[in-house]
Ligand binder design. Structure first.
Ligand SMILES: Nc1ncnc2c1ncn2[C@@H]1O[C@H](COP(=O)(O)OP(=O)(O)O)[C@@H](O)[C@H]1O
Ligand SMILES: CC(C)(COP(=O)(O)O)[C@@H](O)C(=O)NCCC(=O)O
Length: 311
């Protein structure tokens, strides 16, 4: 299916599309943007992410031009609408590192300095509600999100450039009551989460979705890797978080802070095989072919090929 809808680029072919875009981040800045257990190199930024930001920069200019043409046509004042970039993929595939890198790189361009980032975990139902619905073992599945609220957020962004999102904490494993993320007329919004390309992520009317999240995106990027690698990254990250974040008594997983290795591995593998693995196979992977860009990672996290949608 993707062999017809997408063109494939080896990493070397893709790297050549960087053209003359200069390197915009120092080694220390790249270091600061790396995710837990993710070794992003300077080569990776230059060969994969600079060409990608160049493509997005060209798209932003083209979409602004298109919006201006329509505004002029109907005689209404034109305004700089936020350009929305979606980042999709499995739990633990490294979406947040990609999103943070894109944010840092895109904000260096003078024509779109204001780049904001929103993660879809803010639209998960709070723990209280998940428990009421018997969904604590289904976090990340379509039914665990307040999809209506997510679509309202995206349509507010499109209509006014302003919107408010709830905030999720991995430490609390819950939505933070009383906290919100106010997004105010960014040039670019990066919208990252495992469910962003799912058709089910929509408001239903008479059993047919009226809008799905994808209706609001200007470009979508899917981070892809083999499940056995993602599962290993999930396990390695869990063991690293156990030595760091879980040591904090405020962490939801603090009870795992000092359990023996074998027991921790079994605990993490159980989370993977009960929740994140099935969600990848049933809901996330089937949304991949709808992405404009598919970025494939090898076992060492490096990107080895990309696909660009042509249909
Ligand atoms: N239990 C946790 N405690 C603290 N941070 C976490 C926990 N689980 C995940 N994270 C962090 O949350 C971020 C998002 O993780 P995830 O949703 O798996 O997406 P991805 O790995 O694709 O970015 C990552 O930076 C990860 O390190
Ligand atoms: C919070 C998540 C659903 C990811 O949410 P996203 O930001 O992709 O919408 C995920 O990280 C998660 O917590 N999964 C539940 C199983 C687990 O603890 O790994």
């Amino acid at each position: 299916m993707e062999s017809e809808s997408h063109s494939v680029f080896s990493r070397a072919e893709w790297a050549r599309l960087r053209s003359s875009v200069p390197m915009m981040l120092s080694e220390a800045e790249v270091e600061a943007l790396r995710g837990t257990n993710e070794p992003t190199s300077m080569d990776e930024v230059e060969e994969v992410f600079l060409p990608l930001t160049r493509l997005i920069n060209l798209h932003v200019a083209a979409s602004r031009g298109l919006a201006r043409v329509t505004d002029d046509f109907v005689g209404r004042p034109s305004w700089p609408r936020p350009y929305i970039v979606a980042v999709a993929g499995s739990v633990a595939v490294g979406k947040s590192t990609v999103a943070r890198l894109l944010r840092a790189l895109l904000s260096r361009w003078p024509d779109h300095p204001k780049v904001d980032l929103v993660t879809t975990d803010g639209f998960l139902f709070p723990t209280r509600e998940l428990e009421k619905r018997g969904l604590m073992g289904r976090k990340g599945f379509p039914e665990s999100y307040d999809v209506k609220r997510m679509i309202c957020f995206l349509s507010d962004m499109r209509a006014t450039g302003r919107a408010v999102s709830p905030v999720y904490s991995h430490q609390a494993y819950d939505i933070l009551a009383g906290e919100e993320h106010v997004v105010d007329r960014p040039d670019i919004l990066i919208f990252e989460g495992l469910n962003v390309l799912q058709l089910g992520a929509g408001i239903e009317k008479a059993h047919a979705p009226v809008f799905t999240a994808s209706d609001f995106f200007d470009i979508s990027i899917y981070i892809d890797a083999e499940e056995q690698n993602i599962e290993r990254w999930y396990l390695e990250r869990f063991l690293l978080l156990q030595r760091t974040a879980f040591q904090n008594p405020a962490s939801y997983f603090h009870h795992m802070a000092s359990v023996p290795l074998e027991e921790s591995e079994a605990f993490a593998m159980n989370l993977w095989s009960r929740i994140n693995g099935p969600n990848l196979r049933e809901n996330i992977l089937p949304s991949r072919s709808r992405a404009d860009v598919i970025l494939h990672k090898r076992a060492d996290h490096g990107v080895d090929w990309l696909k660009l949608r042509r249909l």
